[in-house]
Design a protein around this ligand. Sequence first.
Ligand code: CDP
Ligand code: CDP
Length: 217
Amino acid sequence: MIIAIDGPAASGKGTLARRLAGHLKLPHLDTGLLYRATARALIEHGHDLADRAAAVSAARSLALTNFDETLLRGREMAEAASVVAAIPEVRAALIDMQRSFARRPGGAVLDGRDIGTVICPEADCKIFVTASDEARATRRALELRGRGEKVDYAAVVEDIRKRDERDSSRSTAPLKPATDAVMLDTTKLDVEGAFRAALAIVETVPEQQLTSQTIAS
Ligand code: CDP
Ligand code: CDP
């Protein structure tokens, strides 16, 4: 069973995907980390984020297992990730690794921006997670402060706005719901409520479909 979770910044897709994967005993891939790690590798080696050749080479050298999330979750890396994610060749370099992860026997849960539209258009279940700008900025500000970053609310609102705009307007794999995605607005839901609502969506996937997919894989 492949579950695709997409949505804008800080909508809660990563937390939800992790929770669903734990519950369903499926592996989980947070694909945002791939773009964050690509950006970090570029910065570490002193390259400009607009250096396409260096960005593609950094993306190709990524290994799925070696992410130090503490170095990738900050504000700076989120912004830089969105810049490199707009380079079509960087996206192309990361497709195979995401698809092989998704197509392992038994299935997987992936979250990002283009899982339901580009990486796994055949996913059994697609959820597009949203929340109001205010809810998302409040969540992200809390999370960043919890990590020790000094951020004010207005700056986080601006970060999210700018990043969503860039992610939605790029020519390759823009942020948008797949036509067959189920929309899940989590503005008024806590983490547990969002999980329950998502599980109800997953449970609507016909059992027959899940069994034949699992056998075929
Ligand atoms: O992956 P994405 O950027 O969409 O969001 P996240 O990192 O999963 O969630 C951002 C923050 O919102 C985390 O600190 C969550 O605990 C919190 N949160 C949530 O994920 N879902 C809710 N319904 C409410 C809060
Ligand atoms: O957690 P949050 O939504 O703030 O960010 P993320 O999921 O870690 O993604 C960081 C950036 O990577 C996004 O703003 C996108 O530009 C890019 N990204 C993407 O283009 N495609 C994906 N499948 C995942 C992330």
